[in-house]
Each structure stands twice: as structure tokens, then as C-alpha cells.
Design a protein around this ligand. Structure first.
Ligand code: BG6
Length: 482
């Protein structure tokens, strides 16, 4: 039985259609949705970019992208032919007048029109303006905007304002691809579809929360962008913040876009400022024959962080007193993202085996090998008396769900289908993005003002030594990155 939710016929225009994101994620994702039967046969994809190119030349690029980024068992020659036949190309000048009349002629009436802005944010305004001036977008049209959504509060406000001149908030889909990840959505299901966890989900029972997004890749190839950003802007303000919100938010009254986003917004507004001693920034060093961060960034004096760890407090009734430790970095030991919720001790121990006792930990693995792991105490089997030991209740989603689990759609393909369905739940609202920047700005300004330098760390490790101290001084430990 197919669980695929059908979507209406659409014309999707991808600005920046020849760019890296389109090649790696958007086009291969659309192909997989086409293969999966979710993209209606008569839908079309129109790539728009600056260079002159024929439809066939662009289709050849799409074929190459599918070859490179779609798994071999999903590449079906006949389906690929059908898919690329639905793609056309328009050369367009985002800031000039070239190509817009042609784009208008290409669009069909009576189908959903969606416009994906996979371009630099500096072009958002120009494109939005031309779409409305030329009458290419209608009031039902949707626009999708990519990160980075600003680099501080002022620039995010300016972007929101420029988009608002031409589009209503209900038409704007700000992508944070972390929200499209299966396990991230599962956070909400686990919390709100079970009675089991929610009663314990508060400072009274939770000692602390760790959110880790560790990567093995460096910034090679995108150093010029990355050096103007750093881990705080690139990962924390958006992706880790979204994870924190989903863990910390109050139950929304319904799984409805604004109800969910209202609750996330309240969490962000309740975040305390972060003290300088609760921040550790790092930069990966040269290792073996691999260049270090400064070589990748092309800036020998760079103070941009490729790693950051922070201790964050949420000042509200539910969370007062429970720290959230966040960390993310490049060139670390493993690609491993997880959320670990460590519970407190039982109020009184009736067992003598104090040494065997460990805290309950609920680990939600985002990637790889998505799943959940609940560490529980049991009696050590055998005749050794009442000795305690900890065992995992381990669940891999792929295993638990069998074949369906293997077919988990990639974050981008799911989010694009949500755009066509008109469902904004997994997209950031304008006020949410602004609130996240309002929290991040003083943190960044603080280290810039103090002239703090990131600590060097060896590639392939779990980051700078100082980050260990962030937890040690609280009598806690980071989980191992594996
Ligand atoms: C992007 C960041 O938003 O997310 C990258 O710009 C980062 O620096 C990437 O590597 C991580 O995404 P994922 O899905 O691989 O965890």
C-alpha cells in the first residue's frame, strides 16, 4: 500500500537551477519523488539561471546529477527519461530584465506555481520584485527561500521586509533542512504521541540535554562563504536551534503550522543570554596531509570558528535549572548527530550497588542510523546478587520499519513536497528567524568585541579540549562522538 500523499500538479521554478544545491539535493530529490509516484506526471520543473543553455544541455546536467547523487538501485533509465522530459531551462538575469517575459510565457494557469530561491540572499529582493511586477506569481504561488536567512537580526529583518513587499507570510517557505529530517519530525511524535515521556519532560526530572551535530567534512571548497559565517551562524542559529525548540517546546494544541511555530517561538524568546565562559570556539588544525581551517578559508588571520560548544539556559517554568549543551563542528571524529536527554537520579536508592548505577539517558540519533536508544537499569543477570547494570533499549528506525524504513525520503524532497501541499509546519516563520538572530547577535558581538580567538583542535578528534571543561566543571561529561 502506498503511503505517498498525492500532491497537485505544479510548475516549480528553481532560481539558481545550475547551482550546487540544485545539483546535489533539489533535482535528485525531485527525481526520487517522481520515481515514488508523488510528483504528478504533468508537473514541470523550470530551471532558471544566468548562463545561456538549451533545454537539452540542462537536461544532460540533470542526468549527471542523478547519476552522481541518486543510489544505483533507484536509477531507472526509462523513469529518468520521463523525468528529464518535464524539465526546461530559462536563461534569466535576476537583477535585469532578460528572460522574465519568457518565464512568464512558460508558466501554466491552473497549476500550483512555486519558486525556489536557491540563490544568494542578496538576490531575493530583485527576484521577488520581478516575479510580482511581471505577474508571474499569483496570490496562490509559493516561494521557497534557502539559508542563510540573514547574518544577523538587521539583515534578517531586511530580508523579511523585502519579501513581505510582494508575498504574504503564508506564501513564504523558509527552509531549514533539519526540519525535513525524519528523526527530527519524530521528536514531535515521540514527545506528543506517547504518554510515557511527557510527564518527565521537565527540569524536575531531566538533568541536562546534549545536542551534538558532528561532521567529518571540512570547509574545503566553500571556505570563502564559510569564513564570513562560522559554526554559530551556519549551524547553531538555525539547525541546532530548531532541534532545541522541538525538545523544549510546550505541546502545541494541534499539529498545525502556526500552533507549532508559536510554541517554538516562545522557547527562543525564553533563552537566556549566554555568558562568555559558557562558549568554546574552535578551529581545526592541519592534520597529516590535510590542510587546516585557515588554509581552507584562505584567510591566515581568520578568527572564524569551525567548532562551537555552548551552554544554554531556558528561563521558563519547564526548564529553569536544566542546561542544554550544544556543540557542532567540522573535521571531527565521526559524522554523528544526536540529542541525548539525561534524566536525574531516582529520589532514593534501595540498592547497595551505588557503583553500578547510571542515569537513564534517552538518545535520539538523527544520523547516521536514525533511531532511538533508551538506557535503562536492570539487574545484572546471573547469580551475583543484586548488582545493577545498564542496557540499551535500542531501536533503529530502518530495522523497526523494515522496507519502509529504508525508503525514508531525504529532507529536501519531503520539504519540497510540503511546499506543493501548502503545509508550512516544517518551515520557519519570519518572527522565529528574527528571534533566533536576536539571541545569537549578542553572543557573536561579544566575542568580536573581546577579540576572542578560537582554540585550535586536531582534526579527527571531538574538538577543542576546553569544550570538555564546559561539562566537567558542572560534574558532567559529553557523550562520545562515534
Ligand atoms: C548546512 C551547512 O546547512 O548543513 C553545512 O551550511 C553543513 O555547513 C550542513 O555541513 C549539514 O547538513 P547535514 O544534513 O549533512 O547534517
Amino acid at each position: 500500500v502506498s503511503r505517498v500523499i498525492p500532491v497537485d500538479t505544479f510548475d516549480l521554478v528553481i532560481f539558481g537551477g545550475t547551482g550546487d544545491l540544485a545539483r546535489r539535493k533539489i533535482l535528485p530529490g525531485l527525481y526520487r519523488r517522481f520515481l515514488g509516484g508523488q510528483m504528478p506526471q504533468d508537473s514541470r520543473i523550470i530551471a532558471a539561471a544566468r548562463s545561456d543553455m538549451s533545454d537539452d544541455e540542462f537536461r544532460a546536467q540533470v542526468r549527471a546529477a542523478i547519476e552522481e547523487f541518486v543510489a544505483a538501485d533507484k536509477r531507472d533509465a526509462a523513469v529518468i527519461d520521463e523525468f528529464v522530459a518535464r524539465i526546461s531551462y530559462v536563461a534569466i538575469d535576476a537583477t535585469g530584465e532578460n528572460g522574465w517575459a519568457q518565464l512568464k510565457d512558460t508558466m501554466r494557469d491552473g497549476v500550483i506555481r512555486a519558486f525556489y530561491f536557491s540563490v544568494a540572499p542578496s538576490l531575493f529582493g530583485a527576484i521577488a520584485e520581478r516575479l510580482s511586477d511581471h505577474g508571474i506569481a499569483d496570490p496562490q504561488s509559493r516561494i521557497v527561500v534557502e539559508k542563510p536567512f540573514g547574518r544577523d537580526l538587521a539583515s534578517a529583518k531586511a530580508l523579511n521586509a523585502v519579501l513581505a513587499q510582494h508575498f504574504a507570510e503564508e506564501q513564504i517557505y523558509r527552509i531549514d533542512h533539519y526540519l525535513g529530517k525524519e528523526t527530527v519530525q519524530n521528536l514531535m511524535a515521540v514527545r506528543f504521541a506517547n504518554i510515557l515521556f511527557e510527564p518527565l519532560w521537565k527540569a524536575q526530572y531531566i538533568d541536562h540535554v546534549q545536542i551534538t551535530v558532528a561532521e567529518t567534512v571540512g570547509v574545503d571548497g566553500r571556505g570563502a562563504y564559510y569564513d564570513t559565517s562560522g559554526a554559530m551562524r551556519d549551524m547553531v542559529q538555525n539547525h541546532l536551534m530548531q532541534l532545541l525548540c522541538l525538545i523544549a517546546m510546550e505541546p502545541p494544541y494541534h499539529f498545525d503550522p502556526n500552533a507549532v511555530r508559536d510554541e517554538k517561538l516562545k522557547v527562543i524568546r525564553a533563552l537566556d543570554p549566554v555568558a562568555p565562559e559558557d562558549i568554546v570556539r574552535g578551529q581545526y588544525l592541519k592534520g597529516g596531509d590535510q590542510d587546516g581551517y585557515v588554509a581552507h578559508s584562505g584567510n591566515p588571520h581568520s578568527r572564524t570558528e569551525s567548532y562551537i560548544a555552548l551552554k544554554v539556559h531556558i528561563s521558563n517554568w519547564r526548564w529553569k535549572g536544566t542546561p542544554f549543551y550544544l556543540r557542532t563542528g567540522k573535521r571531527l571524529r565521526a559524522r554523528a548527530s544526536e540529542i541525548a536527554i539525561t534524566f536525574k537520579e531516582p529520589p532514593h536508592s534501595i540498592f547497595d550497588d551505588a557503583e553500578g548505577w547510571r542515569e537513564n539517558v534517552l538518545v535520539i540519533r538523527l544520523q547516521p542510523n536514525e533511531g532511538m536508544n533508551l538506557m535503562v537499569m536492570i539487574k545484572e543477570p546471573g547469580p551475583g546478587g543484586m548488582r545493577l547494570t545498564q542496557v540499551p533499549l535500542d531501536m533503529s528506525f530502518a530495522e523497526a520499519l523494515g522496507e519502509e524504513g529504508e525508503d525514508i525520503p531525504d529532507a529536501y524532497e519531503r520539504l519540497i513536497m510540503d511546499v506543493i501541499r501548502g503545509n508550512q509546519t516544517l518551515f520557519m516563520r519570519g518572527d522565529e528567524v528574527e528571534a533566533a538572530w536576536a539571541w545569537a547577535d549578542p553572543i557573536i558581538e561579544g566575542w568580536e568585541r573581546r577579540g576572542d580567538r578560537p582554540r585550535g583542535y586536531e582534526p579527527g578528534t571531538s574538538g577543542p579540549e576546553d569544550a570538555l571543561m564546559l561539562l566537567h566543571r558542572d560534574g558532567r561529561r559529553w557523550r562520545e562522538i562515534r
